[in-house]
Design a protein. Structure first.
Length: 524
């Protein structure tokens, strides 16, 4: 039982273990031993959502230059205005393997299957289909990428077990039409579906099988802090800074709030409700929690706990595809709404519902940023030592285009990235096109119906941004510049192709990165 508690405390410190997440304790322990101080770890925390957004409502008008709060006013990102100096808005980026009717920009499988499979791998999917409109072959919807995704490439070097913390917000199982995490070629990684599973992985509590003494006490209503009280009291007697004492208290508060709701409200039904369900009848939830948290935020809180405790440094929060946000008043699932096909083709009223969903996601990302910012760490905060990135599957649902992707980062990842900026990495113009997503659409006019950004704008390859993120985390490359365990060089190459046109081959073309390196303009 004592060792089981140590599993949880391995990232927290305790009577016999140092406290890696309390910087002053680390620093003073290292100084006493004559060792150099250990800098805080760097983390990648990704929030991924499907079907794009109303881009002309999401993007600020300023696409290149310093960001101020007024730039976000009136946009979907307005809720993030308090953190504008911590934001980085990379503009002009293209994701890979875009589906097109004439197969000019990618494979001929499916507008979602090939897109999600290639999103974080930058590799083609297999089997390759050469007829975009042949719906008789089920294989086109079951294709999977031929290599691992970014989360696993990073975790193989940064985590002892080689696995990321991948949380499926809402606990829905993944299919090739929605899966983004692959541990190896054609191998979907399921991750964890509930906050309780993630907490269990960190603590050893709530495991299936025979109850341990700690699990029994936890299920009887004793909190985790009760189970480790003696260790925490020993830790609190250590010599530490005021900042670290405040950080420890904030960690305890977050743990209490999250586990209180986990034990009282984390049923299968509430998890499926994705946090839209009314929590007012849950007696054990405090007023503060009731007003500020929903079930989706619980996933975020557990992710932050994992980051604070240095349990994982690569953390993905994936929101579901094909979901009905009924609590928002959206009665059709989010894919059909994004296509503007509710009740009739190109239904203009669908934009109002898309905006509700966009604003919901923005609030979820703001909660992640708010919570990371609460924890002091070293000379900054947990947010400062992280790159928290909101990625979206496509640019806009009715268009399915991948140029000029909506991507938002918060945190400099230990000073690696500049923040408080919009940076147009494609051509540096300050007024990059924001798309036509709010425009009326006409099913007889493809130019209007697709409503995306014109193809000539925003085509810098996303592979380069992934190189930025890997280098910020400390991932290393081999002699060829590709990430490699045991490598010693900076990452300059990622994936198989960095031109979406090359994906048309289905992988028969030799692997080739035409524009290696990272985006220098994103660096501090």
């Amino acid at each position: 039982m004592r060792m089981q508690r140590r599993i949880f405390l391995r990232g927290l410190g305790g009577a016999m273990v140092a406290a890696p997440f309390l910087h002053s304790v680390m620093e003073r322990t290292s100084r006493a031993a004559g060792e150099p101080a250990i800098p805080p770890p760097r983390r990648l925390i990704v929030m991924f959502t499907h079907y794009g957004c109303l881009t002309d409502r999401w993007f600020p008008a300023n696409s290149h230059g310093p960001l101020v709060a007024s730039d976000l006013a009136g946009t979907t990102l307005d809720v993030l205005s308090p953190h504008v100096d911590k934001l980085l808005l990379p503009r002009g980026i293209r994701a890979m393997n875009q589906w097109s009717a004439d197969m000019s920009t990618g494979q001929g499988n499916d507008p979602h299957t090939q897109v999600v499979g290639s999103y974080f791998t930058c590799m083609p999917v297999d089997p390759h289909m050469s007829d975009p409109f042949d719906l008789s072959n089920e294989a086109k919807f079951m294709a999977t990428p031929v290599g691992p995704s970014l989360d696993h490439v990073c975790a193989q070097q940064l985590h002892q077990d080689g696995e990321p913390l991948f949380l499926r917000v809402s606990n829905r199982n993944e299919s090739p039409q929605s899966a983004i995490s692959y541990s190896a070629s054609k191998t979907v990684y399921p991750g964890l579906g509930t906050p309780a599973q993630a907490l269990s992985a960190m603590t050893g509590l709530l495991q299936s099988g025979p109850l341990t003494a700690d699990s029994y006490q936890f299920q009887r209503g004793n909190g985790i802090l009760d189970l480790v009280r003696s260790d925490l009291e020993t830790l609190e007697r250590k010599d530490m800074s005021r900042s670290d004492r405040d950080k420890l208290q904030r960690w305890k508060d977050l743990l209490v709030d999250t586990t209180a709701q986990l034990s009282s409200n984390c049923t299968e039904e509430s998890v499926q409700a994705l946090g839209i369900a009314d929590l007012a009848e849950t007696a054990q939830v405090t007023d503060q929690v009731r007003s500020s948290m929903d079930v989706a935020d619980m996933y975020t809180n557990v992710a932050v706990l994992a980051a604070v405790c240095d349990f994982k440094r690569v953390i993905f929060l994936k929101y579901p595809a094909g979901y009905r946000f009924e609590g928002l008043g959206v009665n059709n699932e989010n894919m059909s709404v994004s296509h503007r096909s509710q009740n009739e083709i190109c239904n203009k009223e669908a934009n109002d519902q898309i905006l509700l969903i966009d604003q919901y996601y923005a609030r979820k990302f703001a909660h992640l940023v708010d919570t990371l910012q609460q924890f002091d760490e070293g000379d900054g905060t947990l947010l400062d030592n992280s790159a928290a990135v909101w990625f979206q599957e496509i640019y806009y649902g009715a268009a399915h285009n991948h140029n000029n992707m909506p991507i938002l980062q918060a945190g400099s990842c230990g000073g690696y990235f500049k923040t408080g900026w919009a940076v147009n990495v494609d051509d540096g113009t300050p007024d990059l096109h924001r798309g036509y997503s709010s425009e009326p659409c006409d099913p007889m006019d493809p130019e209007v119906t697709t409503s995306g950004t014109p193809a000539e704008f925003g085509n810098a390859p996303i592979n380069k941004y992934y190189c930025n993120l890997m280098n910020a985390l400390g991932v290393k490359a081999g002699e060829d510049g590709f990430p490699a365990k045991g490598g010693t060089r900076e990452v300059t190459h990622y994936g198989m192709y960095d031109r979406t046109e090359d994906f048309v081959s289905g992988g028969t073309l030799p692997a080739h990165i035409s524009d290696p390196g990272e985006f220098a303009d994103l660096k501090a």
